[in-house]
Every structure is written in structure tokens, then in C-alpha cells.
Design a protein around this ligand. Sequence first.
Ligand SMILES: [Zn+2]
Length: 83
Amino acid sequence: MENNSIERCILCNVETQYRVSDHIDYRTGYIEGVGQLCLHCYNNNPDGKKIVVKVSEKTILDTPNDASLGGVVRNEYYKLKGL
Ligand SMILES: [Zn+2]
């Protein structure tokens, strides 16, 4: 059953102790808009969570060069940080 599958860490891809159906309020290591981290990845960041910026494949393909893509990624980071 898809909805009951085990969540994998978005950074290292190991299985976490959570299932997709587990409510995020009762999880440790879940970052809204990003996903579930395993406890190892969650705990091995100085501020307790690593900022992960997702860039869609479409954005990469639609952005003409690396300099522009850098700007797009930076804007996504600022958005994530609420800046
Ligand atoms: Zn991990």
C-alpha cells in the first residue's frame, strides 16, 4: 500500500522510522516543504536542520546557463528563508 510505505531520508536515502501516513506533527526531522530526514542527518547539522533547496528538472532545463541557474537557486533559498 503506497500510503503506508516507509519514508526515506531526503539526503541519504536510508529508511526512516516513519511511514508516509504518519502525521508530521509527531515526527522528528521533518522539514516542511522539504521532507523527512533520518535522525543521523538531522542531528549532524550544527543548527539541527540542513537547508535543502529543491530545484525542479524543468527549471534546470529551462535555464539557459549556469550563472542564471545560480541566481534561480539563490532566489529559491531566499524564498525558503523568508527573505
Ligand atoms: Zn539521512
